[in-house]
Design a protein. Structure first.
Length: 335
């Protein structure tokens, strides 16, 4: 068992906030800082916001012997080159060499990964997947992200951009996704999709008795996925129906994932992952219809151990000795 004597710096960059922290080799955050992210004032202003956040932890990190920085970001990432290609939530950076910019500033080895991949790493090393070699991680939030760990290695593909499972189509004639494809699972089971479906149901059926409107203070536009989850916990029938429908779509998608990868475990996390906790068993019962693999019922589906901190912990894991799941030689990953 790890004694936690090694340390790395992790930084999780999102569209609205930056979280940075010192993480030890047992997967614990021993110091952290958080600041707003700046996305509307150009690439250099965004970099300054990241550096200001990191400055709050780098001093202590150097004192603890940390010699590397791991960074997680949303969107398309070339992990091998340390480049953020594009991200809808961080439009200030396109084809931006973020790893190099931070390495040059701090003179520390720096690695970059997609946020769902980083979260998958955290769960595979220390979290709900730590007893397994092959892990499929699902991040449910505004969108749907995924990360794949195969034989104790984070799978990042030829160019470092593998793992965009949220944009696998389950219906080629389905609704148009922001990615340009139709019928992506993100259009059916993400937080955005859940909120949209809830508002549609409320308009169709008249939701005067639904707790969703009560929690939204009567304003239909304020019915978010979080509101749906709150109402479902309060035994609201319509809210539970909306979540069950999302779970049904997840079962269709995960059936295909099982047939393709046959992971040892499926982990559901992300900011809205907790909402599916009560529907995990239901998803399991539906897999028999959508997975032809006869061993589908031997693959556990469980909730992630790390919540909002998964990106931070996972980004640090990119640089920690215990986190051997990161490929041994990612080629120019610290560039």
């Amino acid at each position: 068992m790890s004694t936690g004597k090694h340390f790395a710096i992790g930084v999780d960059i999102g569209g609205t906030k930056i979280a940075a922290g010192l993480v030890n080799s047992a997967g614990y955050i021993v110091g952290s800082a958080q600041r707003p992210m700046v996305t509307d004032n150009g690439p250099e202003a965004a970099l300054r916001a990241v550096i200001e956040t990191l400055d709050d932890v780098v001093g202590a990190a150097r004192a603890a012997g940390a010699s590397a920085i791991g960074v997680s970001v949303p969107g398309w990432v070339n992990s091998r080159e340390g480049i953020l290609l594009s991200a809808a939530n961080v439009p200030c950076w396109r084809n931006y060499p973020l790893a190099k910019a931070l390495r040059d500033h701090y003179k520390l080895d720096t690695r970059l990964a997609n946020d769902a991949n980083a979260a998958a790493l955290a769960e595979a090393v220390w979290g709900a997947g730590s007893d397994y070699h092959n892990v499929f991680y699902v991040s449910l939030g505004t969108g749907i992200g995924t990360g794949i760990v195969l034989e104790h290695r984070l799978y990042y593909g030829r160019t470092g951009m593998a793992g965009e499972g949220g944009h696998m189509s389950i219906d080629f004639s389905g609704p148009l996704c922001g990615c340009g494809k139709r019928g992506c699972i993100e259009m059916y089971a993400s937080g955005t999709a859940i909120a949209r479906r809830a508002r549609e149901r409320l308009m169709q059926r008249g939701g005067s008795r639904s707790k969703m409107l009560e929690f939204a203070e009567g304003d239909l536009e304020r019915v978010t996925a979080i509101v749906v989850g709150q109402a479902a916990l309060a035994a609201d029938t319509l809210a539970n129906e909306v979540l069950r429908e999302a779970a049904d779509y997840l079962a269709i998608w995960l059936g295909g994932i099982i047939d393709l990868l046959e992971p040892e475990v499926i982990i559901i996390g992300g900011g809205l992952g907790h909402m599916m906790r009560d529907f995990v068993a239901f998803i399991g019962t539906r897999l028999g219809k959508w997975a032809i693999n006869p061993g589908y019922d031997q693959i556990p589906i469980c909730c992630a151990l790390y919540g909002a901190e998964s990106g931070l912990v996972g980004s640090a894991a990119l640089c920690l000795p215990r986190a051997h799941l990161w490929t041994a030689s990612p080629r120019s990953n610290s560039a």
